[in-house]
Ligand binder design. Structure first.
Ligand code: GAL
Length: 440
């Protein structure tokens, strides 16, 4: 009852927001058209880019893009907004659009691309896509994301693997441990680490980071098909399945492997804890690899990657993408140049090596990648049956459903008096409400 009314309110607020965006979009477009008719078109060679890459390695990756864009005579005006998984950036973007001050380029990912596209804000990149044969060059999953309806409205940067387990090689060697491949091995490994006085797992209690661990457990327990039933279809029977309870219970078990209390920290701090040998394992998207490399820790020297135990065959993905706002005709040429540049083989190779992600291109060369990237790229290349769209990173569902699930899982994780059965019932109630709203 309580959950239902919360969601209903949330939904009507979202509707009002949508209407406001639509009005703002209309104003922006008519403004741009008026400008175009009243004066000869001057091109502007600078682009403001809004994104959420503010850690050291993320900044380095963004600087590489800025420099390559600079080589083409276009200035990158940086608008990096702190907040892992884009929590701050999403809010800033919405308020800027409402204020009629949209950036020319913005990091929008997954289902959010479709949401902004439906409101008519995004620049159509069909010309760039056709001229550069994007359809034949990118993985089909990537192509579907950048072309949610008829037109291509985003340019892809890289593919992150969310089901990555990092382990400290020195600690593992000293205790004669092998990287765990399934849940039972993970439990045994954690027990040995604990017995040796080492914190098994570095983790933050930030809501999105907790839910990322949970979605790893769902995938490990039940595979991509069930993961889609749950997070893409939001099926009530899937929510009521015993596999959900199992994953929730495992999340509580894992809590005993973390520093106590589990502090709410931004992800780069969690990576730092792992890098200082203060925890032996870390389960995080492979942007953590970019960060570790940037700190001077080479892959397969201090640390190595494996898949989250139980998910070796699968790829829980998040694809980074930029979209362009269609609010200023004088910038279109610069926007198209950036879109084209990002997807070129050379930029894909160099950018992804810093960022920790892998190329979106089917013609990339895995032999030139490090072991983490190679495993990620070759697994993703196997196609949709092994791929699972990340809930936390907006690949599976819309913003409101995602946010409601994150709140629920976070509450279960932080409050030990909340039971798995209560959480299951609440999730089923959320799905039920969203199902009704979506079919109205
Ligand atoms: C993801 C994004 C990554 C990284 C991560 C942590 O959503 O795909 O590029 O920035 O968030 O903030």
């Amino acid at each position: 009852m309580h959950v239902t009314s919360f969601i209903n309110n949330g939904t009507s607020v979202s509707l009002i927001r949508l209407c406001l965006y639509a009005v703002a979009a209309a104003l922006l477009l008519s403004d741009a058209r008026l400008n175009a008719y009243s004066a000869p078109l001057q091109t502007d060679s600078s682009l403001q880019v809004l994104h959420w890459w503010t850690s050291d390695s993320e900044r380095k990756a963004a600087t590489l893009l800025a420099n390559r864009l600079g080589d083409e005579g276009i200035a990158w005006r940086d608008a990096g907004i702190p907040g892992g998984a884009g929590i701050g950036a999403g809010k800033v973007l919405k308020s800027r659009v409402l204020a009629g001050n949209a950036p020319e380029v913005t990091q929008i990912i997954g289902i959010s691309i479709r949401e902004w596209d439906d409101l008519g804000f995004l620049l159509d990149l069909d010309k760039v896509s056709l001229a550069n044969k994007w359809n034949a060059s990118f993985f089909p999953t990537v192509q579907n994301l950048i072309q949610p309806r008829k037109h291509v409205v985003a340019t892809p940067l890289g593919i992150h693997r969310i089901n990555t387990l990092f382990y400290n090689r020195k600690i593992f060697a000293a205790l004669k441990l092998n990287p765990p491949e399934n849940w039972d091995e993970l439990v045994a490994t954690a027990a040995k680490l604990k017995a040796a006085g080492i914190t098994p797992l570095a983790q933050s209690s930030e809501p999105w980071q907790v839910t990322a661990l949970f979605e790893n457990l769902i995938l490990a327990e039940s595979g991509p098909e069930y993961q889609r039933e749950l997070f893409v279809k939001q099926s009530v029977p899937a929510a009521l399945d015993h596999r959900l309870i199992d994953a929730l219970e495992r999340l509580r078990v894992m809590k005993t492997w973390m520093s106590n209390p589990v502090e709410e920290r931004p992800w780069p701090e969690v990576v730092r804890q792992f890098s200082k040998h203060e925890a032996a394992m870390l389960i995080m998207g492979d942007w953590a690899k970019g960060e570790l490399n940037g700190m001077g820790f080479a892959t397969d020297d201090e640390f190595s990657c494996a898949a989250m135990p139980g998910t070796g065959k699968y790829h829980l993905y998040s694809v980074d993408t930029f979209s362009m706002f269609a609010n200023d005709l004088t910038r279109v040429s610069a926007q198209e140049k950036l879109a084209r540049l990002i997807a070129t083989p050379a930029v894909q190779t160099d950018y992804n090596a810093i960022k920790g992600s892998v190329s979106v291109r089917r013609d990339a060369d895995p032999s030139k990648m490090d072991s983490c990237a190679r495993a990620s790229w070759t697994t993703f290349a196997q196609g949709a049956t092994v791929q699972a769209p990340s809930l936390v990173h907006r690949m599976a569902t819309d913003e409101s459903t995602r946010d409601a699930i994150i709140v629920l899982i976070h509450r279960y994780f932080t409050d030990d008096t909340v039971t798995a059965a209560q959480t299951q019932k609440r999730l089923a109630a959320i799905f039920h409400t969203f199902n009704i709203n979506n079919h109205r």
